[in-house]
Design a protein. Structure first.
Length: 408
């Protein structure tokens, strides 16, 4: 080798060493804006000849991979929170997940666990959130093969006790008490419009979006009915109407033409402590029945009873055994009331049936009629006998007068 060749080799090695030394310093700190036109691997596990995929631009390769965003702002009003993107836990609970860390607060507000299905979280161009779907149709769209659920859970702390509620779609829509394992509210598929509607004024509509009172039930298929059912044993007041003033309920037949005293509507009311039944509409005197707390009843019209108590026409049957008046007298002297008529003590203890009492009194009137007829027959016979005696007396008087004349 010539001296000139040896010099050229020396200069080449010196230049390369100088360049390599400069590159090493550039990897530590660059005061310029460097550009990498190929793929980049960062981390302790990167190979000298790292093989990149076709579309890989940046690779983090190590036992723990993190990408940190460290904000060096120092102003009092400037945002300065540090954030970290991290793949997998390097400590307990050792989960395989991708996470966003709030490095300043030590919190992990966002995690994606390994194996999460496609479209587990999708934010569309319209700002709609899809959970399980890439085609969210509403602001938040949840899709699941078997059932879709949303849980609202309160954990123990200074506030309420632990409680979990689920909004479920398992066919019917349900509000499910997950803590107790039951669903207090369900809406079946096919429920009609406005099945349950709460108006702005607090009125509740069942079958109507325009409730006019506190609870308004509307149907057009002859199903507008209300059933209050208790299957347990015991006494229970199942319906109470309470008002600070006159309270009432109405029964209205809309097939009848509206008007006064048509019977279209009947009104049952508690007015100042009296129970009243009236026709509505009606004037101030249109009160068909009044019942006072003392038990006194007043009705506007006549009272008719069609009960099973027989009318005592049997008194006039030929085989009816009419008590002799002497027996009636002895019964009265012993019991102080008529036969077949309840005593005052009995009525005070058990009350009395008005219809039955009326029939018993009618029986006594009919028996009295028979007694009267018998007495009239006796009077008639006695009058005939008296007339006959008077005739005999007159004959005797005439005979006595003739005898007296003969003697003179």
């Amino acid at each position: 080798m010539t001296p000139f060749s040896k010099f050229r080799i020396f200069v080449y090695v010196a230049i390369c060493s100088s360049l390599l030394s400069g590159l090493a310093r550039a990897e530590q700190l660059s005061a310029t804006s460097p550009t990498i036109r190929d793929s980049l691997c960062v981390g302790m596990s990167c190979a000298a000849n790292e093989s990149f995929g076709l579309h890989t631009t940046l690779r983090l390769k190590a036992t723990t991979t993190r990408l940190e965003f460290l904000d060096t702002s120092t102003g009092a009003v400037e945002a300065g929170t540090d954030w970290t993107l991290q793949a997998n836990d390097n400590a307990a609970p050792h989960l395989n997940r991708f996470m966003l860390r709030d490095a300043s607060a030590g919190l992990i507000p966002f995690s994606v666990e390994a194996g999460a299905p496609d479209n587990a979280f999708w934010l569309s161009a319209q700002g709609r959130l899809g959970l399980g779907t890439s085609l969210p149709m509403t602001d938040m769209h949840l899709v699941h093969a078997d059932s879709a659920a949303l849980r609202l859970q309160v954990t123990p702390g200074d506030g309420p006790v632990q409680q979990s509620w689920d909004l479920l779609n398992t066919g019917p829509f349900a509000l499910h008490d997950a803590s107790a394992g039951r669903s207090p509210f369900e809406v079946a598929q096919g429920a009609p419009a406005a099945s349950l509607f709460v108006g702005g004024g607090g009125h509740i509509g069942l079958g109507t979006p325009s409730p006019t009172v506190g609870l308004h039930l509307l149907r057009s298929d002859n199903s507008a009915a209300l059933l209050i059912e208790e299957t347990g044993a015991g006494t229970l007041g199942q319906l109470v109407l309470r008002n600070n003033g006159t309270t009432f309920f109405s029964l209205e037949n809309t097939a009848i033409t509206a008007g006064a005293n048509t019977g279209r509507a009947w009104n049952f009311q508690n007015q100042n402590g009296t129970f009243r039944v009236t026709t509505a509409p009606g004037g101030p005197n249109e009160i068909e029945m009044i019942l006072t707390p003392a038990g006194d009843m007043t009705i506007k019209g006549d009272y008719f009873s069609n009960s099973g108590t027989p009318v005592p026409d049997y008194v006039f049957d030929a085989g009816y055994l009419l008590r002799p008046l002497s027996d009636v007298q002895r019964y009265i002297e012993l019991n102080r009331h008529l036969p077949d008529v309840p005593s005052a003590a009995q009525i005070a203890q058990t009350g009395h049936n008005l219809s039955q009492m009326q029939m018993v009194l009618l029986q006594k009137v009919e028996e009295l009629t028979l007694y009267t007829i018998e007495q009239q027959r006796l009077i008639t016979d006695q009058q005939a006998e008296l007339a006959e005696l008077r005739g005999h007396t007159a004959a005797f008087d005439a005979l006595a007068a003739r005898i007296e004349q003969l003697e003179n």
